[in-house]
Unconditional design. Structure first.
Length: 77
């Protein structure tokens, strides 16, 4: 099942299938290691839902919901 990273619930994990977005946003995501094939775990959501904290490639990364909406995921489990 595929869905956007911004739609994940806390504790949900998956593998990145595609990264969309305009030039600067896409480049920023790639620079932070958000690339196809990487395993991702959604660790936390801020009280108002933005930003999100994920674990990717062994480190914690904070993304805006607008950035996470550019990442298509394959849900694990």
């Amino acid at each position: 099942m595929t869905k956007l990273l911004s739609e994940f619930t806390v504790g949900e994990a998956g593998v990145i299938k595609a990264v969309a977005g305009e030039g600067k946003i896409r480049r920023r995501l790639f620079d932070m290691g958000v690339t196809p094939g990487a395993d991702v775990l959604l660790r936390k959501k801020a009280p108002l839902g933005d930003p999100l904290e994920i674990t990717i490639r062994g480190y914690e990364l904070t993304l805006r919901v607008s950035e996470a909406a550019c990442v298509t995921m394959e849900v694990k489990g």
